[in-house]
Design a protein around this ligand. Structure first.
Ligand SMILES: [Zn+2]
Length: 195
């Protein structure tokens, strides 16, 4: 996990500072995993530990996976890379014009197909849950969740076994009660357009 943190920092995929998070809270770290995943060798290195743990559980009979699904955009490359390392097909769910998560492009599921969901960052498991709902409505079964960064707050449980490449604690506060604001440090709003 230390190695993964190093890769995230080297790629500027983990920024440390004072950030306005999408939740509206303020935090001391911000992740943009695409900055790491742009380098195929770093993507492979960051996810090797996850692939090894998944493979070990598959070989021990504790887990069965037929395919990997990465919710767009963040999960696509993570799913692909894990699929490459594990020899499994990898595809993705995506939002339609109304914002609803869907399975499109002719990707097909078979009844009972066992799915690993792959994400870049897991904070609340909300988007994984939306994908799981779609996949399960089509007859598949979600069996596990993998990610690069597990930055869940204490007490946020995952509905499936979670395989993170790194677990990172992010200090965060209500905007009205932010330790970094109190120090007079300006908050930065990271946005996809900036990257
Ligand atoms: Zn603040």
């Amino acid at each position: 996990m230390e190695e993964v943190i190093k890769l995230l920092k080297e790629s500027e995929a983990m920024l440390e500072g004072h950030f306005l998070l999408s939740s509206g809270r303020h935090g001391d770290r911000y992740f943009q995993c695409a900055k790491l995943l742009q380098y195929p060798d770093r993507a492979a290195a960051a996810l090797k530990g996850v692939a090894d743990r998944l493979r070990a559980d598959i070989q021990a009979g504790r887990l069965g996976i037929d395919a990997i699904v990465g919710p767009a955009m963040g999960g696509i490359i993570v799913a692909y890379e894990l699929g490459r390392q594990l020899g499994l097909p990898a595809f993705f769910t995506e939002r339609d014009d109304t914002g609803a998560m869907t399975l499109r492009r002719g990707f097909e599921l078979s009844p009972g197909q066992r799915i690993l969901i792959a994400e870049d960052v897991v904070t609340t498991t909300k988007s994984s849950g939306e994908s799981a709902k779609v996949l399960e409505s089509l007859g598949a079964k979600v069996v596990a969740l993998a990610c690069i960064v597990d930055r869940r707050a204490e007490g946020v449980s995952a509905p499936w076994p979670l395989y993170p490449a790194a677990k990172v604690d992010v200090a965060n506060w209500e905007s009205t009660d932010c330790e970094l604001c109190k120090k007079g440090i300006p908050a930065i709003k990271p946005g996809s357009r900036k990257f």
